[in-house]
Design a protein around this ligand. Structure first.
Ligand SMILES: [Zn+2]
Length: 462
């Protein structure tokens, strides 16, 4: 092996780690990372190309758009490779970092670290890389095998692996037993879902009953929609699997086809925005023949309201946009309870990960439940915060008519996001024809209601 001659400029790659708002021990500011890389280039007499910065938000498997761009420049021969401050800037794990380096090598580039730990342009550096890569592969396999082995042994002793699921407690012998009070709330949660209750409603039910999540170590916690969904989708609650929930009810409680991962059904009034005033269930869009679509609840029997979907949509959207003006003056913060719940979920997933590591003496591998749970929790929080970062913005420069025009151009999920940022819920009462306004009550996110609770027309007394 001979040293590679570096003839093209090298790009700089900076990764900023901002998981849960905390900076770990290995945090180096992006400015400092860049400065260190430039210092190395200068010392080695190398030309610097572009700087690529990835914001590592999810903390798990990184989505690295800038890394991909940097790689593309190497592949197309524009750049000769990359300089990073340290190997761990490529990924959170050595194995991840090494595989990133392997990608760059395959694309024909060299990798230099500013701390001098690594330089793949030299013969020694190449050798070190190939050794490290095979060690990493070996390590990965070993961890996986140890993990499986440790789990198998624990199971053989009759021990439940992982935290007790909601509604259960772990006994001293490691087996699970139903918690007399919480299991009832879990049963109610399944029943509510089976009646068409939304994820948010079901989460609220579990929170109100004080049911600890599987990860909260027995403490009451606010439930996230995602945690709720994990319970409802857990097959262990089903009667034929030894659980308390009848199979038919478990099936009915499952996410509906087209119901998005965390929130929302496939239309703008979805996600439980509109409620039945009689039974409180979320109202769904269903087609009554292909031409005439209606909103209805899932409760059978007469007396529950229905309304033409188009009528309801037009009316509710009009109310929403008429309210945008007043809202600008008192726009509330984001859904703090959801944010808090998501943050707790991340902390708990971290705790579970650590607990499993201690219990079994092996770090859970990336594809194990604790690892994936942690990754999911972090991703959900990042997703929430990313969505919360986007300002409503529309009312700032558009008239209500203009807002409506912009709104109609948006994709449904975006429309739903906008609508939900204005309206908390709509309750529909039974009735026929006439002005839909007579049957619709709206609660806005700023706490006000329509129709206003106190009539604006003064009551005349004689
Ligand atoms: Zn109903």
């Amino acid at each position: 092996m001979s040293p590679k001659k570096i003839t093209r400029p090298l790009d700089l790659y900076v990764r900023v780690s901002r998981v849960g708002g905390r900076e770990g021990d290995s945090f180096i500011s992006p400015e400092l990372q860049e400065e260190k890389c430039r210092a190395l280039a200068k010392a080695r007499g190398l030309e610097v190309g572009q700087v690529f910065i990835d914001l590592d938000r999810s903390g798990g498997k990184m989505d690295r758009p800038e890394f991909k761009k940097m790689l593309a420049r190497i592949e197309s021969g524009v750049s000769g490779g990359v300089i990073v401050a340290r190997i761990d800037r490529f990924a959170r794990t050595l194995i991840g970092g090494l595989s990133a380096i392997e990608d760059i090598e395959k694309a024909g580039g060299v990798v230099l670290t500013a701390d001098g730990e690594f330089d793949s342009s030299t013969a020694t550096g190449e050798l070190v890389l190939s050794i490290m890569l095979s060690l990493a592969q070996f390590e990965l396999r070993r961890i996986s095998e140890q993990w499986e082995d440790a789990k198998e042994k624990a199971r053989a002793r009759g021990i439940h692996i992982g935290a007790a699921r909601a509604g259960y407690v772990r006994q001293e012998d490691g087996r699970l037993a139903e918690h007399s009070e919480y299991i009832e709330a879990v049963k109610q949660a399944f029943a509510l879902r089976a009646r068409g209750g939304s994820w948010k409603e079901t989460a609220d039910l579990l929170s109100a009953a004080g049911v600890p999540t599987s990860k909260s170590g027995g403490a009451a916690r606010p439930w996230t929609r995602q945690a709720t969904r994990n319970v409802i989708q857990n097959i262990a609650y089903r009667e034929d699997e030894g659980g308390p929930i009848p199979v038919w009810q478990w099936k009915k409680a499952q996410p509906k086809k087209g119901e998005a991962r965390v929130r929302g059904e496939g239309h703008v009034l979805g996600a439980g925005l509109v409620r039945c005033s009689v039974c409180g269930a979320a109202m769904h869009k269903s087609s009554n023949g292909a031409r005439y679509q209606i909103l209805r609840c899932d409760t059978s029997g007469g007396g529950h309201p229905t309304i033409s979907y188009e009528t309801a949509r037009d009316y509710i959207c009009s109310l929403a946009f008429a309210h945008v003006g007043p809202m600008r003056r008192s726009r509330p913060g984001d859904d703090e309870s959801e944010r808090k719940a998501l943050r707790l979920a991340v902390e708990e997933a971290e705790a579970e990960f650590e607990q499993m590591r201690e219990m079994l003496g092996v770090a859970p591998p990336a594809d194990s439940r604790p690892s994936m749970g942690l990754t999911d929790a972090k991703a959900a929080l990042a997703e929430f915060e990313a969505a919360a970062d986007v300002p409503l913005g529309l009312g700032d420069f558009l008239t209500p008519v203009g807002v409506r025009e912009e709104f109609e151009k948006m994709a449904v999920p975006e429309q739903r996001r906008v609508l939900r940022s204005i309206i908390n819920r709509v309750v529909l009462s039974p009735g026929r024809r006439g002005d839909p306004g007579d049957r619709i009550e709206v609660e806005f996110t700023d706490g006000s209601r329509w129709p206003a609770e106190q009539g604006e027309v003064p009551v005349v007394t004689s």
